[in-house]
Design a protein around this ligand. Structure first.
Ligand code: PAF
Length: 280
């Protein structure tokens, strides 16, 4: 496994692959790797000749400086895991390497960034578009892998590739859950023991909500989910929306012939958790 810190070194390696027509699978991460990332890497290994994992905690997608400071960083353990998984290349750039100058770009993302996460994390998706577009331009992968836990991010990156007219296929990988249902996330380690015990309530509420589709309209399911979280004094539901998976428009009627996804964000003891589930 080769670990590169600079764009020049990485580009040098990648250009030798282009001439031999090798397919490249890119797994962009912010580190603090967990089994969700392992599933992305394993899928990338199955589908590509060469797998490149990037580890970079991207400041431009954080709208809260204490969230950025507290984001878990476990580089040594991450590299050990990636070596065990037989990843070929790892890119671990510094802040100066990725942003030698302030990135002034504003992306128009067809308003997909204005709902759900976008309403609660101002400019978050512009920051994601900045770093992902830089990584795509630098590495020109055949495929790039994203977890479905960050459903809105996946939808936006898929659109970004269209907007930028890039020939990269964006692969979504299923959410990996703990045994008790909590969606795996780098942020889970920040939960206190007591809050960790409460956290599976998020998944179980989503699951129970899907079971209400025969009786309740989408709007009524939304009200029901909100009422469940109101009974949890330690949890604050930021939003729950049931949207279709292309334009992220709210679903009004279950009869609509679209893929429906229920998405939420919850604050639990200062840790922000997101999750989602298909409502089909
Ligand atoms: O999902 C993440 O970890 C990040 O948003 C990403 C895609 C690596 C961009 O920084």
């Amino acid at each position: 496994m080769k670990v590169y810190k600079t764009k020049t070194e990485l580009s040098g390696h990648l250009s030798s692959l282009v001439s031999s027509e090798k397919t490249i699978g890119l797994v962009p991460t912010m580190g603090a790797l967990h089994p969700g990332h392992t599933s992305l890497v394993n899928r990338a290994i199955l589908e590509n000749d060469v797998v490149l994992v990037t580890i970079f905690v991207n400041p431009t997608q954080f709208n809260d400086s204490s969230d950025l400071e507290n984001y878990p960083r476990t580089l040594e353990a991450d590299l050990t895991l990636l070596k065990r998984l037989k990843v070929h290349l790892v890119f671990v750039p510094s802040l100066e390497e990725m942003y030698p100058e302030k990135d002034q770009r504003t992306f128009y993302l067809d308003n997909l960034d204005k709902v759900m996460e976008g309403k609660h994390r101002k400019d978050h998706f512009n920051g994601v578009a900045q770093i992902v577009s830089k990584l795509f331009r630098l590495t020109n992968p055949t495929r790039a892998y994203f977890g479905q836990k960050d459903f809105q991010q996946f939808v936006i990156v898929r659109r970004l590739v269209k907007i930028l007219d890039l020939d990269i296929s964006i692969v979504a990988c299923p959410i990996i859950r703990e045994e008790d249902g909590l969606a795996m996330s780098s942020r889970n380690v920040k939960l206190s023991a007591a809050h960790r015990k409460l956290a599976p309530f998020i998944h179980s509420t989503l699951k129970r909500a899907t079971q209400k589709m025969d009786l309740l309209s989408p709007e009524e399911v939304k009200t029901w989910v909100t009422s469940q979280f109101e009974k949890q004094p330690d949890m604050h539901l930021e939003y729950f929306e049931i949207v279709e998976d292309k334009e992220l428009r709210p679903v009004i009627d279950w009869k609509e012939k679209v893929n429906k996804v229920g998405c939420l964000a919850v604050q639990l003891g200062g840790v922000r958790l997101i999750d989602n589930m298909n409502f089909d």
